[in-house]
Design a protein around this ligand. Structure first.
Ligand SMILES: [Fe+2]
Ligand SMILES: [Fe+2]
Length: 292
């Protein structure tokens, strides 16, 4: 850990591992993580869709890769889930019953996968092994003189034939939003540089053409403005997200949103965030230029 007056964060999103045999992506991830260690980043963030399969055992691919590089550590890495981590579309189709479209079990399946996600990644969520720790969470870290915090939420909504036909629409639950407004949260974040983490994109760029509007709807972050308000209230400076596979930086309501693109489709590219004293920060996208 550096004791300079800055903290550097590497950001990856949407890795979409297809399973243990996804050797191409594994090789790419090993190169990337090796570079992060070599370049001395203080922290790594992954904003969901770690796997493509929603098979909980496949998260261990990510866990093991992080471990190989000494990054499976609360101080070094933070991860959250995306829709492809928590929803198996084929399973939903199989179970779907047109006569009982309001089936509550869809939410239960998301909750159950989230429970397993928390079990595997708990060492990255809680520094002191707290047994109930899970997404959503707040994480406060000190790097030399700089205190940094993450406010991480789950934005994955269950599948629904009419409301969420590809499982890609999302929202933050009322319960989470309410919990984040508790005075204790503000106190915990006091005097820290606060970064929001979520999977879904505040903005999904459309062209206004009808076909694009339909596409936007299937991916939309439904209560994004409620989320934005809570982030504003907490004093969040920027939000890191993924989901919409583009590397982008944009503003909404005075908060900077950074879309980390997709590692699966651009495995040479990542986001680099530098935070300095007094809340100064900068961001750029970096392309690995590795000679082989
Ligand atoms: Fe994705
Ligand atoms: Fe996604």
């Amino acid at each position: 850990m550096s004791f300079e007056k800055k903290v550097t964060i590497a950001h990856l999103s949407d890795l979409h591992f297809a399973g243990r045999n996804d050797r191409y992506l594994m090789e790419k991830l090993d190169v990337m993580l090796g570079e992060f260690v070599r370049r001395g980043y203080d922290h790594l963030v992954m904003t969901g869709d770690l796997i493509d399969t929603a098979v909980p055992a496949h998260w261990t691919i990510i866990r093991d890769a992080l471990s190989r590089h000494g990054l499976f550590d609360w101080t070094k890495t933070t991860v959250i889930p995306g829709n492809h981590d928590l929803i198996d579309l084929e399973e939903e189709m199989r179970i779907y019953n047109a006569l009982n479209p309001d089936d509550r079990s869809r939410q239960r399946r998301v909750d159950e996968r989230l429970r397993q996600f928390n079990d595997i990644f708990r060492p990255l969520i809680s520094g002191d092994g707290e047994e109930t720790a899970g997404v959503p969470f707040v994480k406060v870290m000190h790097f030399g003189q700089i205190a940094l915090s993450f406010v991480a939420v789950n934005t994955v909504d269950p599948w629904s034939g009419s409301e969420n036909p590809v499982g890609a629409r999302g929202s933050v639950s009322r319960e989470t939003l309410r919990a984040l407004m508790e005075p204790g949260v503000r106190q915990a974040l006091d005097d820290t540089f606060i970064i929001g983490l979520c999977h879904h994109a505040y903005k999904v760029y459309g062209t206004g053409a009808l076909v694009d509007q339909a596409f936007d709807w299937t991916m939309e972050f439904k209560n994004r403005d409620e989320y934005l308000n809570v982030m504003k209230n907490l004093g969040v400076k920027l939000v890191l997200h993924g989901h919409f596979h583009r590397f982008q930086v944009y503003q909404a309501g005075g908060i900077e949103f950074i879309n980390g693109g997709s590692f699966r489709y651009f495995p040479e590219r990542y986001g680099e965030l530098t935070i300095e004293a007094e809340g100064r920060w900068s961001h750029r996208f970096v392309n690995l230029a590795i000679k082989r």
